[in-house]
Design a protein around this ligand. Sequence first.
Ligand code: IPM
Ligand code: MG
Length: 368
Amino acid sequence: MKHYKIAVLAGDGIGPEITQEAIKVLKVVEERNDVTFELMPALFGACAYFATGDAFPQETIAICDQADAILKGPIGLSHEESKKIPVDKQPERGALLPLRRRYNTYANFRPVSLPKALAHFSPLKPEVIGEGIDLIMVRELVGGLYFGEKEMGVNAQGLRYVRETLEYDEAQIRRIMHQAFKLAMKRRKLLHNIHKSNVLKSSVLWNEVMEEVAKEYPEVKVVNYLVDAAATALCLNPAQFDVMVMENMFGDILSDQGGGILGSLGLMPSACLGDDKAYYEPSHGSAPDIAGKNIANPYSMIGSVAMMLENSFDMADEAKNVWAAMQGVFADGFSTADLSKPGSGVKMISTVEFGDKVVEKLRAMPKV
Ligand code: IPM
Ligand code: MG
């Protein structure tokens, strides 16, 4: 019997509701497999700040340190509410970036996937979607602008100014490239390298290192794309992409666009992998406007569980079953409010009902 410790950071806004559904799925995975999960809940985000004065408190750090994997819900407050917290303690700067830094989770995998049968969820026309959307964005997660030195002040002319630095060294670029090329080898052997080398020197180095690493993967076809052009191409012809690799900020922006072409950010789970520790989170925010209403889509959180099963617990087959269970709920014509707009023909169910249906489907699947 395998035993794993999972730190559960439910987060803010819709975080606790969608985490609850992910936990239901973990319980069913326990029933069906020779595995037990020890769930270790901990405060993280704005809720942690209000309870302890710190968005990533020491107790939470200790729990995460011990965990075999971390399941993290979305964090953050509305723009207005955020102002109640000092800038450096706000959950993004005070908790999420420190979590990424502490565990050096440099490789962020963000699948953007919509089978043909679910193409009606997407705002794109059926002829654009073709056989469906199935790509993965590989985002560098611990470098670049988000982690560079920052300074704010008043300059010699008496004007307020700000300076943020974008820094990468070749080792940081090389390791994310290896992750991307390895993934491409397992898929269509096609890698889109996203950059902005016509303006940014950081992209010039990025591309140089990419070309060096590419020599180790001669079977992979590399296509270079400027990030702005890639944004357009994602709307006009997403099927051309399979694995896309990019630096931190480009990945932040393009992955939200990924949610846009699927029809909902609620369809965006992710895995954040370091060499020694991994954590799993939806790519979207905490949606404070719909929090507590039992209407949020738990797909991204349950999908993050599937990614955890595959990447941290070596349970790829059961992970496939979790994905299939969720697709099955959609295929039966149900979804949460984000994807069941009037006229869509999709029957609206609540967060809890979505989780219940996934659990029911998963229980019905042959054990692996
Ligand atoms: C994401 C989020 C975070 C990021 C925020 C919450 C700091 O937008 O994971 O994409 O910018 O990385
Ligand atoms: Mg983002």
